[in-house]
Design a protein around this ligand. Structure first.
Ligand code: ADP
Ligand code: MG
Length: 688
């Protein structure tokens, strides 16, 4: 069926639909009601007093007229039943509504009535024209209320019209089932046609809700099927190089590393070792809270690649972090005689050319850098392993870019966003997962406190004393993209104040607008202990590691999200000293602001904080939908519906395992739906 075959569908309305993203009758069917109303509650006009809920009033039109001027112009319609009269008032769209009323005819109005003096009035009720009052007795089902928008109102696409279109479609358009029978029966889902019926014309809210479950499931299922397909393709493609630990790896762990690995680190390394020996391409996610010690694991894995004559690459989301990793690798591996290079966007052309030559020629063993590493013109000699740090900043597409680089390198991605395991397993379901749960031994939990501006001098007194004792301090200012310049001013002014307050200390300012060499220098001086106080915008948020820094002051703390605060705080508490995080909010604290700060004071547990943040912000904001590599699900919510997500994952993966080409007859319809779905999103998934 075509949209234009529907009754009352003019060119103008067709355009309004198209502008709203509805291009076919199938799209229109997917326009689900926002809510349902129950019109069966019919009340005589005389009894309307004290009825605060929406009700139905049935009466004859006795009068209609347009009054008022400009903004106040409105249509007033008086109706009467045998107990009294009521005035219906329409401001918006009155030109349309005036056509809906004729004197002497019956109407049913649905809305909430208010008393004005001695008469009742209803603003913008739902209007049903009826032949006789008895008709409303048939109002036994819930009435769908559809979402509207400005295109709809301009084209007079009203709720009754949409309702009517939907019923025409449901009558005429065949709706085949594409979910396999097994799944339908396991979940007790209605078939697709019935589910549409239940969504648009439910007999109860319960029925609508059950039908909605099915559609949420569909969304998840197709997504998971895609993830499974992507993974499968990788497995098929990547007859992986077999990498085994050798001399460098064992020298690193046995001779160089100054501490014992934690259980989590050992586990993860053994997972990685197994992956590297299967002969398939590794796709592993390492999750571990800030400070869990993921870098060491990455270095170990990279050394395995080098032990086997391959190159390794480590990609970080920011230049500062890339530089820091570069320094760490240098400290640990300089004595191993391997060759490593830094590659970032901020480098001079001549240096860059030099680095690129080294990478292509193969003399460079480890490349550390920003996403610049995986740009097209970078050619590796033989890349065996790629590590992506702070994976939550990159999406599925970036993962795939890396995997396509050179000769199908193994992939390790690392994330400090401690999302619940079940959630991680579904949204990163193209990856295997290792988790480091514990922090290295000997760490003292960070103490966190909220202090107001009035207590600033006290805080500074504490800073003064600690710095004299050899501690180092971060002072962080928020950086909000829209007002970068102003925030920078905040940090600069704060920096000047601190210099005046602590003339005897060395204080530096670090911000994102600096050249990378400058940032590098400042960071290096801080980590060498030459600077005592580092004033910074959030550029230090991710990954930076200076174990001697044990105090962090966060200015305007209420402007940060919870997870971001936690990430920031993770910069301290990295040594054996007691660390302190001092949150300094602006005077006025909003309620959510206060909640966030309290949560920070109450717990150091990244998982608990992540859960709270998820609840506060919803998954889209939490993960940053664009960056999380997740599609925008239309009906489903990856947090609220995470059990459904998990089930859909298992079922999708089973199918991909047994019937990867969907060639079984029971998967015929599924294949018909899935192929275009996957193709349409190929760019998003990075497989185009
Ligand atoms: P993250 O997981 O946040 O990336 P890092 O890798 O930066 O954490 O490690 C944090 C700090 O802990 C570093 O200073 C690192 O040297 C140290 N570290 C890592 N593993 C251990 C360990 N097993 N024992 C003691 N210290 C460790
Ligand atoms: Mg890190």
């Amino acid at each position: 069926m075509k949209l234009l075959e529907l009754d009352k569908l003019s060119q103008k309305r067709l355009q309004a639909l198209q502008k709203s993203g509805i291009a076919s009758v199938k799209d229109l069917l997917m326009l689900f009601p926002r809510r349902y109303i129950d019109k069966s509650n019919i009340v005589p006009i005389a009894l309307l007093a004290n009825r605060t809920e929406s009700v139905t009033v049935v009466g004859k039109v006795v009068n209609k007229n347009v009054t008022g001027f400009k903004q106040k112009k409105r249509l007033e319609v008086v109706i009467q039943d045998n107990t009294g009269s009521l005035k219906a008032v329409f401001f918006k769209g009155w030109k349309y509504f005036i056509t809906q009323f004729s004197e002497g005819e019956w109407v049913a109005l649905y809305g909430t009535a208010k008393r004005y003096g001695n008469y009742f009035s209803m603003a913008h009720p739902e209007v049903d024209k009826i032949k006789e009052p008895g008709e409303v007795q048939k109002y036994d089902t819930l009435i769908p209320i559809y979402p509207s928008n400005k295109h709809f109102s301009k084209a007079f696409i009203s709720n009754p019209i949409i309702k009517d279109w939907i019923s025409q479609i449901l009558k005429n358009e065949p709706i085949p089932e594409f979910l396999p029978d097994k799944i339908l029966s396991r979940h007790n889902f209605q078939n697709r046609a019935d589910a549409f019926q239940s969504i648009h014309y439910p007999n109860s809210n319960e029925e609508a809700k059950n039908a909605l479950e099915r559609f949420k499931y569909e969304e998840f299922f197709l997504f998971e099927l895609s993830m499974a397909k992507i993974k499968r393709t990788r497995i098929d493609r990547a007859a992986g190089k077999i990498l085994v630990p050798g001399k460098l790896t064992s020298a690193f762990f046995n001779k160089i590393l100054p501490f014992k690995l934690t259980e989590g680190q050992k586990h993860t390394l053994s997972d990685i070792k197994n992956d590297l020996q299967t002969g398939h391409q590794m796709n592993r996610l390492l999750q571990g809270d800030v400070g869990a010690g993921k870098t060491v694991v990455a270095i170990g894995a990279m050394l395995m690649a080098i032990d086997n004559g391959m190159q390794a690459a480590l990609m970080a989301p920011t230049e500062i972090l890339a530089e820091q990793h570069y320094q760490t690798i240098k400290t640990y591996t300089e004595q191993l005689g391997i060759n490593f290079r830094l590659l970032t966007g901020g480098q001079s052309t001549s240096l860059r050319r030099d680095v690129l030559t080294d990478i292509e020629g193969g003399s460079c063993n480890i490349v550390v850098g920003t996403h610049a590493i995986f740009q097209e013109h970078v050619k590796f000699h033989n890349l065996g392993l790629a590590v992506i740090d702070e994976q939550h900043r990159f999406g599925v597409k970036q993962r795939n870019d890396v995997l396509m680089k050179g000769d199908n390198p193994h992939l390790l991605v690392m994330s400090a966003t401690p999302i619940p395991r079940s959630l991680a397993m579904t949204i990163y379901s193209d990856l295997d997962i290792s988790i480091i749960k514990e922090l290295p031994a000997g760490r003292k939990p960070i103490k966190t406190a909220v202090r107001t501006d009035k207590e600033r001098e006290k805080v500074y007194g504490f800073v003064e004393k600690s710095v004299r004792d050899g501690d180092q301090v971060y002072v962080v200012f928020p950086l909000i993209e829209e007002s970068e310049v102003m925030d920078l001013k905040d940090a600069t002014v704060g920096f000047d104040k601190l210099k005046r307050r602590f003339p005897e200390f060395t204080i530096s300012l670090l911000h994102g607008r600096m050249k990378s060499e400058e940032k590098d220098k400042i960071m290096k001086r801080f980590s060498d202990g030459d600077t005592q106080i580092l004033v910074s915008t959030t550029v230090i948020e991710v990954g930076v590691d200076v174990p001697n820094a044990s105090i962090m002051i966060i200015e305007h703390a209420e402007r940060f999200g919870l997870s971001q605060l936690h990430q920031l705080r993770g910069r301290i508490g990295r040594g054996s000293k007691q660390s302190y995080c001092i949150l300094m909010p602006d005077v006025k604290l909003s309620k959510p602001g206060r909640f966030r700060l309290k949560k920070m004071v109450d717990t150091n547990d990244g998982f608990e904080i992540a859960e709270a943040d998820l609840k506060l912000r919803g998954p889209g904001d939490f993960l940053g939908t664009k960056q999380s590599g997740l599609p925008d699900f239309r009906f489903a919510d990856i947090v609220e519906d995470r059990f459904l997500l998990e089930q859909s994952k298992n079922e999708a993966w089973n199918i991909m395992e047994t019937d990867p080409d969907l060639s079984y007859s029971e998967h015929k319809e599924l294949k018909r739906v899935f192929e275009p779905y996957f193709l349409e999103r190929s760019e998003f998934f990075g497989v185009g």
